[in-house]
Design a protein around this ligand. Structure first.
Ligand code: ADE
Length: 309
């Protein structure tokens, strides 16, 4: 998909100066990279394989598929200093604070397997207390337009079909098709979205030539397909009439979080309507608008989280 103008998913920078910390497949870089031994001890609660003492505040895992979808989150983290970057399983995990909130920020890359692998690492190697996924999606619901925001209440894999052995969409042997987002986390994200729309929605619409954004709550569906045809989006609507948005990672993240009992929430800005115009709409939205939305939503979400304690 990088050929479509999305660029490299790597965030660059800190990873280039990585220092081998000794754990298989794990490299540490950043403010304290000069002393990898100290680093290993300090990150021990985050990566148990590094050994040592524990830390008091478990971080929030924040991820997106592509760098544009994170906005300036990493820059905001670097502005608060003390960022450490651990490269693990070919991904850079950035540890620090954003608006005072302890976070691990990373990129999943595209698709369900990539997302599941990344979230699994966030849970096991970084001991995150909860996970928030931010990014763009194709609008599927009749009222969902480009520039709107969808916060997931539930998520489902629309391309999962082990029928007739199991019902269509059901994860075999788990007996679940719809995975719930954490209600409190989703409510906090939705409140941040509503706040953004109230404060900046009109200006954003004027700036980007969209209608004034609306915030939707409901079903987000995920699959290993970029849906880009009228027939494709019609088929999804017929099969899943409640679906609001389609993307390629959310339900995989929700499944992993469900299996490990980790709260998760997913927020998506609508970049396209999954029809024949989707590729062009997606690329221009991703490069010009997605970061602005992510910044606006995550800033409000994290500030509220810190002020609410
Ligand atoms: N993410 C953004 N737009 C999408 C689409 N049309 N299909 C799948 N994932 C998407």
């Amino acid at each position: 998909m990088s050929g479509a103008g999305m660029g490299t998913p790597e965030m660059g920078g800190a990873g280039a100066a990585a220092t081998d910390a000794g754990a298989a497949g794990t490299r540490v870089a950043g403010a304290e990279a000069a002393d990898a031994g100290t680093m290993a001890a300090r990150t021990s609660a985050i990566d148990p394989s590094l050994g040592g003492a524990s830390v008091s505040h478990r971080p929030l895992g924040i991820l997106a598929a592509l760098p544009q979808e994170l906005g300036d989150l990493l820059e905001a983290m670097r502005a608060e200093a003390g960022v450490r970057t651990i490269t693990h399983g070919q991904r850079d995990y950035h540890l620090g604070t954003v608006h005072g909130a302890p976070c691990v920020v990373t990129l999943a890359r595209v698709g369900k397997v990539a997302a599941a692998a990344t979230v699994s690492a966030l849970i096991h190697a970084f001991d995150v207390e909860a996970i928030v996924f931010t990014g763009v999606a194709g609008g599927v619901g009749a009222e969902v337009r480009v520039g709107d925001i969808v916060v997931a209440d539930t998520l489902l894999q629309h391309d999962l079909d082990a029928s007739p052995l199991f019902p269509r969409f059901e994860v075999p042997l788990l007996g679940v098709s719809h995975f719930s987002a954490d209600a409190a986390l989703a409510a906090q994200l939705a409140a941040a979205c509503e706040c953004f729309v109230a404060e900046e929605g009109a200006a954003s619409a004027a700036r980007f030539g969209t209608r004034e954004p609306r915030v939707h709550r409901g079903l987000i569906i995920s699959g290993d397909q970029f849906v880009a045809s009228a027939a494709g989006v019609r088929a999804l609507r017929e099969a899943l009439p409640n679906a609001l948005a389609v993307e390629m990672e959310g339900a995989a993240i929700a499944q992993v979080c469900h299996e490990y009992g980790v709260p998760c929430a997913v927020v998506r800005t609508i970049s396209d309507t999954a029809d024949d115009h989707a590729p062009a709409s997606f690329v221009s939205f991703l490069t010009e608008i997605a970061g602005t939305y992510s910044n606006a939503i995550l800033t409000r979400f994290l500030q509220a989280r810190i002020s609410e304690g």
